[in-house]
Design a protein around this ligand. Structure first.
Ligand code: CUA
Length: 156
């Protein structure tokens, strides 16, 4: 469409810069947003309806500290009793020479030197009675230097 302007020149409306196209929300954006909201709602529903399983041994309840004295050829006390789920902290020292402790089911292994108290920690997540032993060759009675860890099953 052409028309004559006052200065006599011919202008075309088609040459005017195009107005920016108004696209408040494209259909695509709208869809993405709603899918996102829907997934959020869905995951919230699932986690509500499907609570986390209690992982076997249950949650860690408390820290139990036990002092153990090693000497030729025994541990004192020789029996440690804890509850399933306890975090167990053993403080070990020796009165004569270097000994060691190994509690295999709980991957505990430590040297007990004469000069210091050593601390080991683990979670007693399995119930039962577990033997532990000296892990450092300490003399004629080394193989008899043993003890036991009793983990009482959690009630319920
Ligand atoms: Cu104590 Cu080996």
């Amino acid at each position: 469409m052409h028309h004559n302007s006052p200065d006599g020149r011919v202008h075309s409306t088609a040459s005017l810069p195009p107005a920016p196209i108004q696209r408040p929300h494209s259909a695509e954006t709208f869809l993405k947003r709603n899918v996102f909201v829907l997934m959020l709602a869905l995951s919230a529903t699932v986690s509500w309806a499907w609570p986390q399983q209690d992982p076997g041994g249950g949650s860690v309840t408390e820290t139990k500290t036990v002092d153990i004295v090693a000497s030729r050829f025994k541990f004192e006390p020789a029996t440690i009793t804890v509850a399933q789920g306890d975090r167990v902290r053993l403080r070990l020292r020796s009165t004569d020479r270097a000994h060691g402790i190994s509690i295999r089911p709980f991957r505990v292994r430590a040297l007990i030197p004469t000069s210091e108290t050593v601390t080991v920690e683990f979670v007693a997540d399995k119930a039962g009675t577990f033997a532990f032993s000296c892990s450092e060759s300490c003399g004629t009675g080394h193989s008899t230097m043993k003890g036991q860890l009793v983990v009482l099953a959690k009630a319920n």
